[in-house]
Design a protein around this ligand. Structure first.
Ligand SMILES: [Cu+2]
Length: 186
């Protein structure tokens, strides 16, 4: 009789354990990693890499770029199409609709969309034109988009801006490098 009782208790206990395993009320903060290869736009000579890690409401961005205009601040953003369901892309040369040789922000917008998150403070390229940037943003705070607003980051792109025009005047808005974010499976 004692054995049966023990057995019964064991089964009951096992039952509880497996119930715990199925508990989906637990908050599990998964980490998602995204990467982008940044390629030049507008014959800027700029290129680089970007990596984004999202853990709960923390979004950390790392940008490493070369060939940027030395000593200048370079605006950089996560861009995307409305609601994030459509995949944003980097603009092809044909995006230069007025054919003046420069794809401007609005000319690129049909491909990469609006600014979803400005990656401030914008970094200044060193004397060799290199940028090394890392910052963590809290989603839903300080005017940052929520995780919901960001939607699927693999549908977003990163755009770096800022180069000299043909008169050697620095134009901070001109897109110089772009990369489509991809989810990297760890
Ligand atoms: Cu931008």
């Amino acid at each position: 009789m004692k054995i049966i009782k023990t057995l019964f208790l064991s089964i009951l206990l096992l039952g509880f354990v497996s119930c715990d395993d199925d508990d989906d009320n637990q908050v599990i903060e998964e980490t998602f990693n995204f990467t982008a290869q940044l390629s030049e736009i507008n014959d800027s000579g700029a290129n680089g890499t970007a990596a984004i890690t999202v853990e709960g409401d923390n979004l950390t961005v790392v940008v490493e770029a070369q060939g940027m205009t030395p000593g200048e601040a370079h605006p950089q953003h996560i861009h995307g199409l409305e609601n994030g369901e459509e995949n944003a892309t980097c603009p092809p040369e044909s995006a230069d609709t007025n054919e003046d040789g420069i794809i401007t922000i609005p000319e690129g917008a049909p491909f990469y969309g609006d600014v979803i998150l400005p990656l401030g403070d914008f970094p200044t390229a060193d004397a060799n034109g290199n940028i090394s940037y890392e910052k963590t943003f809290i989603l839903g705070e300080n005017g940052n988009p929520t995780a919901e607003d960001l939607a699927a980051l693999q549908n977003r792109v990163i755009v770096l801006h800022g180069m000299n025009d043909s008169d050697d005047a620095y134009v901070p808005t001109t897109p110089v490098a772009c990369g489509e974010l991809e989810l990297s499976i760890q």
